[in-house]
Design a binder for this molecule. Structure first.
Ligand SMILES: [Zn+2]
Length: 197
């Protein structure tokens, strides 16, 4: 399924961020793979090497933009680090009364060109919310990037392809048809992720 020499995969696996087993996802479905982003947040040196790769990709693919934008809170560290490496400004969006928005202090993003950086793409839900919040600020979305695309490249956001360091076509099964349940493998419910992305 994977190329074991892939440097991104090796960094994720060495930091225990990419786990193989039998996991119950927040959706209730079961999966063989689980991406635990907290393992990266708590290892800045590993995150630094991963964001080097992401920043190089953005530098190659997006010629001109002013801001990196990430949704709070999980992606702030990686977006901030990417902005630092690329010499750009950084802003984050957050939910205010359920709606994704920017603090008034980020007035400078109005009318700018921005690249969105997020940790994981699963359904595209939170990325679509960030795009909507940027549209309200008349921001031109120059690119959308994630570390891990769990849709395997299948889900565009706002009609734009989403760039990723690692595209995993992860199958998720309803419990009654899960092949790992049928084999009687014990299931793990990872507890660290509390939002759907
Ligand atoms: Zn199962």
């Amino acid at each position: 399924m994977f190329d074991p020499s892939d440097p991104v995969l090796k960094l994720f696996q060495d930091s225990d961020a990419l786990l193989r087993g039998h996991f119950k996802l927040t959706s209730g479905k079961h999966s063989e793979w689980y991406f635990e982003k907290i393992r990266l947040i708590e290892k800045p040196a590993v995150m630094d090497r991963i964001i080097d790769l992401l920043a190089a990709k953005i530098r190659r693919e997006v010629p001109d933009f002013e801001y990196i934008v990430s949704p709070a809170y999980g992606a702030i560290a990686l977006g901030f680090l990417a902005a630092l490496k690329l010499g750009k400004k950084f802003a984050f969006s957050q939910r205010v009364e359920e709606k994704m928005a920017f603090r008034a202090g980020f007035a400078g993003i109005e009318g700018s060109r921005a690249v969105i950086v997020e940790d994981i793409l699963t359904t595209g839900g939170s990325l679509n919310e960030v795009v909507a919040a940027l549209k309200e600020k008349s921001v031109d979305v120059a690119g959308i990037y994630v570390l891990v695309d769990r849709s395997g490249g299948a889900i565009p956001v706002e009609g734009k392809p989403v760039g990723s360091l690692l595209a995993l076509k992860v199958e998720a099964f309803e419990p009654d048809v899960c092949p790992f349940c049928q084999k009687g493998l014990p299931i793990t419910k990872p507890g660290a992720s509390d939002k759907k992305s």
